[in-house]
Each structure stands twice: as C-alpha cells, then as structure tokens.
Design a protein around this ligand. Structure first.
Ligand code: UD1
Length: 339
C-alpha cells in the first residue's frame, strides 16, 4: 500500500489534475478545500476519470481546529499544498486577506503537520518569486524575492522562506518547492479544467470567456515589447504535465536535501499573438482581439530553465501548445460552450 496524501486546494485547477495523476499512480488521496474558488462537483469528475472518489473535507486552512481533526484522523505521509488565493490584482486591493489566507493558512498547516508527525510537503509556488531578475531564462539559482510585483507574489516568497526555516529547525522535515510557469490546458477527458469563480485575470481563462461570449474580445496588453512580434512571451505548461511533475517531486522527497526547489515549465516561450493564433487554429474560429496598453507589472519575456527538474526528477513536459489548445477546447465543449 502506497502512502496516503492530503491535497489542500484539491478541488482547484491544478490540485484536481494532480489528484488524478496521484490516484493513477496508486496513491490514496484525500482532498481538503474551502470551495472558495472551486466546486464540489470536481470530486465526481475525479471519480469518473479514475474510478475513485477521494475523501473530501470542506475545511478552510485558517480553521486550525477543523484542520487538526482532519490531520489527526488522516494518517498522511505527505501534504501537497495548493490551497491559496491567487488573483494578482485583488491581492493589491486586499493584501492583508492574502497574507491571512496564504501565509496564515500555511502556518496552521505546518503546525498541524508537526503536531501529528507529518514530515513531507510539496508546495505550489510560482515563477513570480523571481521578480524582475533582468534575465529571461530563469534558473533556480537566480535570487528570489526581489522587486516582486504584487502581495500575491510576496505571499509565495514568504511561504518559501518559512518552509526553509521550518526545515532548518526540524531534521525530519522534507519539502519540495515547485515554481510554476504558466499552467493551461485541461484533462484529456474534458472533465477537468480551469473554471475560476468571478472575472478571470489570466490569459487562457479570458480567452475561454471570449469564446463563450461572456467577454466581447481579448485585450492584448501591449505590442511594443522587445520580443519577436512585440507581444509578451511566457512559458505555457500543460496542467497534466505540471501535475505529473508533482508526482515525480513527491517520489523524491525521501532522503536527500531538506529543501528542494524546481522550476516546472517547458523551457519554451510563446507570445500572446502566437497563443491567439494557436487557439484560433485549434478552434477553427477567429478569436476577436485588440491591442491595448501594457498591464502594469508585466514583464516582456520569461521562461523556465527546466533542466534541474529534467535531470533530477526524470520529468519532462510532453504536451505541445497545440495539445494545450485542443484540450482546452474539448473542455469548453464538454462544459456546453459552442466552439
Ligand atoms: C500572472 C501574474 C503572476 C501570477 C500568474 C499566475 C501579473 C503581472 N503576473 O502572470 O504573478 O503568478 O499570473 O496567476 O499579473 N495577457 C493579455 N491579455 C489578457 C491577459 C493576459 O495580453 O487579458 C497577457 C499578459 O500580458 C501576459 C500573458 O498574457 O503576457 C499571460 O498573462 P497571465 O496569464 O496573466 O500570466 P502572467 O502575466 O505570466
């Protein structure tokens, strides 16, 4: 019997895909989520794909008592920690709520893990912790925490630092920090995908709303960057590749360094215009768009150097941009959107 894993934020976009990959790899998973930005129906979707419906706890990480109950009864070997708020603009408006949820929630989680003897964690971090490093290909050795563009980004950075301190003080604690680039796409089945509550901020969810007719057109934030076509370049990674990166990272948690950090990205940059073109081709319809001013805080270009994860985790991205688009369209169609 493989160990049991608690997934915080497990009904969310990345957490749910990771739950599927873990179940497929033979692990028993339990999901904890406050359903603030996800739906309980995801649990049935996971069951439809894997044949297994994970045990679910509707718990907020800020509720230490409820969390302790889950941890006391769980017998978990590892916690995969996805739960957190992630809207960049909102974090500027309401920074304390972000610190309370993300940092405060993680403190509760770590205290609880300590109390109930759970020593291993995989943490969802973000390439945003690199700030504005002045280079475009990010390696894990580059300094993090400088010139971060939002309170959201700072919560990720502060949590990383907190995890390092926790590991310094506890010889048994093992944590792997995964810095994501830009996850997009959906599960092949079309049953899981990105479905944020409220108005989205990220490129793909906005494109999805344009196709669904809920937003009239995509606003491209700037075409005067120093990139090939003037639009900003990012490293898009298929969410299933990202989920598999978590499984690989978790399998390497035992032994080794107390803290490990990996970039999870494809290593390839794609511009906004290239994304629009790829989506239109996959959907067979033109995507309405216009160019507007740059978005404050956006960088012109960055992508991962994924070689550390490639070499040490034996993990590589497998999906192309075309597959990311096809899977997104399949998900939209299964959700009832005509495209
Ligand atoms: C953003 C956040 C980052 C966060 C990440 C995941 C900012 C400055 N950065 O990254 O901190 O970790 O989301 O939540 O908010 N774009 C458009 N039009 C749109 C939306 C996006 O042209 O309507 C462009 C952006 O300028 C960017 C690219 O599409 O070049 C991707 O944008 P997005 O999905 O928001 O991700 P990031 O900006 O990379």
């Amino acid at each position: 019997m493989k160990e049991k894993i608690l997934i915080t934020g497990g009904t969310g976009y990345i957490g749910s895909h990771t739950a599927v990959e873990l179940i497929d790899a033979g692990y028993e998973v339990e999901i904890l989520d406050n359903l603030y930005n996800s739906k309980a129906g995801v649990l049935e979707r996971i069951e439809e794909i894997t044949g297994v419906k994970p045990n679910f706890h509707e718990v907020d990480l800020r509720d230490a008592e409820a969390l302790a109950k889950v941890m006391a009864e769980g017998g978990f070997g590892t916690v995969m920690h996805f739960a957190g708020l992630k809207a960049v603009g909102e974090s500027v408006e309401e920074p304390l709520r972000y610190y309370e949820n993300n940092v405060g929630g993680t403190i509760n989680l770590l205290e609880c893990m300590q109390e109930y003897g759970v020593h291993k964690m995989v943490f969802s971090s973000s390439a945003t912790v690199y700030g504005d490093p002045g280079e475009v290909r990010y390696t894990e050795e580059m300094p993090a925490g400088r010139e971060l563009s939002s309170p959201y980004g700072r919560t990720k950075y502060f949590i990383e630092e907190m995890l390092k301190d926790a590991a310094r003080s506890d010889a048994d604690f093992r944590v792997t920090i995964l810095r994501y680039f830009n996850p997009i796409g959906a599960h092949k089945s079309g049953l899981l995908g990105e479905d944020p509550n409220g108005r989205p901020n990220n490129l793909m969810p906005i494109i999805m709303k344009v196709v669904a007719g809920e937003i009239p057109e995509l606003s491209i934030y700037g075409n005067d960057y120093e990139t090939n076509d003037g639009t900003a370049v990012r490293d898009y990674i298929h969410v299933v590749d990202l989920a598999r990166g978590h499984v690989a990272a978790m399998q390497k948690l035992d032994g080794g360094e107390r803290v490990q950090i990996y970039n999870l990205g494809s290593g390839k940059g794609t511009s906004v215009l290239e994304m629009v073109k790829a989506f239109s081709e996959a959907a067979g319809v033109a995507l309405p768009h216009k160019v507007v001013a740059r978005r404050p805080g956006d960088l012109a270009e960055f992508y991962a150097d994924p070689s550390k994860a490639n070499a040490e985790l034996g993990w590589h991205t497998e999906h192309t941009i075309e597959e990311m688009m096809q899977d997104t369209i399949n998900y939209l169609r299964k959700s009832g959107v005509e495209v």
